[in-house]
Design a protein around this ligand. Structure first.
Ligand SMILES: Cc1ncc(COP(=O)(O)O)c(C=O)c1O
Length: 356
């Protein structure tokens, strides 16, 4: 199909109702959305329309069998106000990886990127310019065929919505190492960004929060000791000068921030090792003074500095400062706002897109 996107604009933008100095998290949405339908084996009718409710049949298969996947990414602006996307093709690839695992159709990568570009160009005035702020973009796909029965759906919707996001407060976080519940196991759906993975994480996350922790630190499903990732982030440890991050074990999400941070760290001269790392090793390193710092990586927060990890009744103290994490965060933010040269060619500029 062609990437010819039809555009219907709102009569009047709501952007002037937003207080850019006080953006509520996840509740404000821009004027428009991108939509495309999958019917008769192909994606048809790519369009940008005013944001509106979507009529849904009560038998829509996503509601029953959970064929629903999503992506998360951000548009930022440089000093001249030109919008940019961070590695959008990586999100397109990951969406299709998730689609494949969940028995859903591929979405054309070029249309994914073009849809994002056109939507962001149209919603340019919604991108918060402050440091650390961005327009969060949420591409997602779900089965909207009304059918009761267990098979792949034949009708889907692919949609992109956008929500302005203020700077994340970079307070140091506390993780709860989860020994009872698991997130994923190799062969399951952990490597896919499937909605169901998040559904199953909600109850353990609520429990961790009730104990005073910010997010769950997921351990492997078999021995309950090897670290996988955090609720919405991948994780890095600095132990005795080396940076260690759990390797892709068939269960963790292949974070785009994770791969970018690995490249940045190597570029800065660090030794980065992808290998299994157990919670016992982290505890031991904390006890013998070799645990220097740890941080989470993800689109929403960027880099989150880890203070402590709760393990059973104990608290593993990580560190009070995260110089490496801080440096990486500054570099990433600098690249995303054009203040640091993008020598990796990660940024995709969208100033040349003409919105009809
Ligand atoms: C479970 C999980 N792990 C890791 C990440 C980080 O991925 P990314 O860096 O692509 O945002 C996310 C965020 O999307 C996530 O939800």
């Amino acid at each position: 199909m062609s990437n010819n996107i039809s555009i219907t604009k709102v009569e009047k933008s709501r952007v002037d109702t937003l207080d850019f100095n006080n953006i509520p998290l996840g509740t404000t949405f821009t004027d428009h959305m991108f939509i495309c339908d999958y019917e008769n084996g192909q994606w048809v009718n790519p369009r940008i329309e005013p944001l509106a409710l979507i009529p849904t049949h009560p038998a829509a298969m996503a509601l029953h069998y959970g064929q629903a996947i999503f992506e998360g990414m951000k548009a930022t602006v440089d000093a001249e106000g030109n919008p940019m996307l961070f590695r959008p093709n990586k999100n397109a690839e990951r969406l299709n990886f998730s689609a494949d695992r969940m028995g859903m159709p591929d979405f054309p990568e070029s249309l994914f990127v073009e849809g994002l570009k056109q939507l962001v160009a149209l919603e340019k005035s919604w991108i918060p310019p402050q440091d650390g702020s961005a327009l969060y973009l949420r591409p997602f796909m779900y089965a909207d065929e009304p059918f009761i029965g267990m098979r792949a759906a034949t009708h889907y919707k692919f949609i992109i919505i956008a929500s302005p996001a203020g700077p994340f407060f970079s307070k140091r976080i506390k993780l709860w190492a989860e020994k009872k519940y698991i997130r994923a196991v190799a062969g399951g759906t952990g490597e896919a960004k499937a909605a169901g993975n998040y559904a199953a994480a909600i109850r353990p996350t609520e429990l961790a929060k009730s104990k005073g922790y910010d997010q769950v630190l997921w351990l492997d499903a078999v021995e309950h000791k090897y670290i996988q990732e955090v609720g919405t982030m991948n994780i890095f440890f600095k132990i005795d000068g080396k940076i260690i991050t759990p390797g892709r074990d068939g269960a963790i999400l292949d974070g785009i921030t994770r791969i970018s941070v690995m490249e940045l760290l190597k570029h800065k001269g660090f030794e980065v090792v992808e290998r299994p790392i157990s919670i016992d090793e982290v505890k031991e390193a904390s006890n013998n003074g070799t645990l220097e710092e740890a941080f989470g990586t993800g689109t929403a927060v960027g880099i989150a500095y880890i203070q402590d990890i709760g393990l059973n009744g104990d608290v593993i103290h990580v560190s009070n400062e995260s110089p490496v994490g801080l440096d990486i965060n500054n570099t990433l933010n600098g690249i995303k706002t054009g203040k640091i040269e993008d020598t990796f060619n990660w940024m995709v500029k969208i100033e040349k897109v003409l919105v009809k």
